[in-house]
Design a protein around this ligand. Structure first.
Ligand SMILES: C[S@@+](CC[C@H](N)C(=O)[O-])C[C@H]1O[C@@H](n2cnc3c(N)ncnc32)[C@H](O)[C@@H]1O
Length: 195
């Protein structure tokens, strides 16, 4: 099967994304988002030039760097991680950008900054409290979640059973949502909150 790897390796990464990837390698952090998802993140923040952008699960800052790459001059980006060590590594990469704020603790620390125009929900929230995730979106706000496994079936299946979490988001009455393939073996859910 054809893979997207050649295109991924040929297309240059934004400088800060590359720096975050180097940090991931140095620290052995293997949970960063892939470039296919990263480019969606940049697109989403660029579509909300004065937006409030949120990320749950900073990791070492790869996703943050992709979000920041599309950040407008008037926009703000808040990212949270409950691991102080990874959060500190990531924060060091963005010391020159006052639009980007790092929170250390549970993902619910984001709540006081809602509603969000873009929410990359990648560490906390997605599974624990999906309804709250939806509530934190502004009308027209974009929700992005990666790391799903594509399913050819409806309702979608995962590990032999119906994937109730995916159904929740794809069928939510307050969302217009779809699933896009990010590689032949992975997918992301993209949704917008209806007015
Ligand atoms: C998949 S990684 C994040 C990767 C990052 N978003 C990126 O794209 O490079 C998930 C991160 O979420 C953090 N995390 C998991 N559960 C959390 C929670 N309840 N609150 C805050 N952070 C959490 C983990 O410490 C981990 O660093």
């Amino acid at each position: 099967m054809e893979t997207t790897e050649p295109a991924r390796s040929e297309r240059p990464l934004p400088e800060r994304v590359a720096a975050a990837h180097r940090q991931a390698e140095e620290s052995g952090f293997t949970w960063s988002c892939i470039p296919e998802v990263g480019r969606l993140l940049t697109l989403a923040t660029a579509a909300k030039p004065a937006g409030i952008i949120a990320e749950s699960g900073t990791g070492v800052g790869v996703g943050t760097a992709w979000l920041q790459a599309g950040l407008g001059a008037e926009a703000r980006l808040l990212t949270v991680d409950h691991d102080p060590e990874v959060a500190a590594r990531a924060a060091a990469l963005f010391a020159d950008d006052s639009r980007v704020e790092f929170l250390v603790g549970d993902w619910r620390l984001l709540e006081e900054h809602a509603p969000f125009d873009v929410f990359f929900c990648d560490g906390g929230g997605k599974r624990e409290d999906p309804q709250r995730v939806v509530e934190l979106l502004a009308p027209g706000g974009l929700l992005i979640m990666d790391d799903f496994t594509p399913s050819l079936h409806w309702p979608p299946l995962h590990e032999g059973g119906v994937d109730e979490l995916r159904l929740f988001y794809l069928g939510h009455p307050q969302l217009s949502a779809t699933e896009v393939m990010t590689t032949p073996g992975s997918s992301a859910i993209i949704a917008t909150r209806l007015p």
